[in-house]
Design a protein around this ligand. Structure first.
Ligand SMILES: C[S@@+](CC[C@H](N)C(=O)[O-])C[C@H]1O[C@@H](n2cnc3c(N)ncnc32)[C@H](O)[C@@H]1O
Length: 200
């Protein structure tokens, strides 16, 4: 990881902006480097850390990034510029539950999707994201094992986590039992769900 990315990660942790954990970064970077996706859709950009990591792993990749927080967007733009990545990122500003349906309508498809946005909406996004994934694309979702509370028996420590835990359980149940998908749930970072489409 280069010095600037390291600074971004430190800034995020100091300012309590959640970004991907180191094992997740390593997994994503390896995946991008081997799969070479030309087009990536990310839901949840924050300050652009994961997007920058992915873009620096394959120099032909471009990212369409959905983000609602204006302060995060301002910081992400600064970061992309500093890394010389600004021409490879299109930022769609606003609540993804509103901006995603518009993106679906454009008919755009992606070689890779990285879902790292509002956890309570993961289930609602399934039917929007699947049609946007190319037949040979890969869709990775973060936080699906949420602090070990989704599987593995760790108790739910705070009332406010109940919705997230239940959403993730439903999300995994749908994707793991989907007849047209290959789904692997990996105990990496906060839990990654990796989906590809079965051959027709
Ligand atoms: C976990 S952070 C993303 C971290 C980023 N992927 C990284 O690792 O560098 C989640 C982001 O989703 C954004 N977000 C939350 N709810 C959203 C919504 N409804 N629409 C769009 N963005 C949202 C938050 O503002 C936050 O920046």
């Amino acid at each position: 990881m280069n010095d600037y990315l390291q600074q971004m990660e430190t800034f995020a942790r100091q300012n309590k902006i959640p970004v991907i954990l180191p094992p997740t970064r390593e997994f994503l970077c390896n995946l991008v480097a081997s799969k070479k996706p030309n087009s990536i859709l990310e839901i949840g950009m924050a300050i652009g850390f994961s997007a920058s990591c992915m873009l620096l792993s394959y120099d032909k990749a471009k990212v369409v990034d959905l983000e609602a927080s204006l302060p995060n967007i301002a910081l992400a733009k600064q970061n992309f510029k500093a890394l010389g990545l600004e021409d490879r990122v299109e930022i769609i500003v606003g609540d993804c539950i509103k901006t995603l349906p518009n993106l679906v309508k454009t008919g755009q498809k992606f070689d890779m999707i990285f879902l790292d946005g509002p956890k309570g909406l993961y289930v609602d996004m399934i039917d929007m994201l699947l049609p946007m994934l190319n037949d040979d694309g890969v869709w990775v979702s973060d936080n699906v094992l949420f602090k070990g509370m989704v599987r593995g028996g760790k108790p739910i420590t705070e009332h406010r986590y109940i919705n997230t835990v239940q959403t993730m359980q439903k999300f995994l149940q749908i994707l793991e039992n989907h007849p047209k998908l290959n789904t692997k749930t990996l105990d990496i970072g906060d839990g990654l769900c990796v989906v590809t489409k079965k051959e027709k």
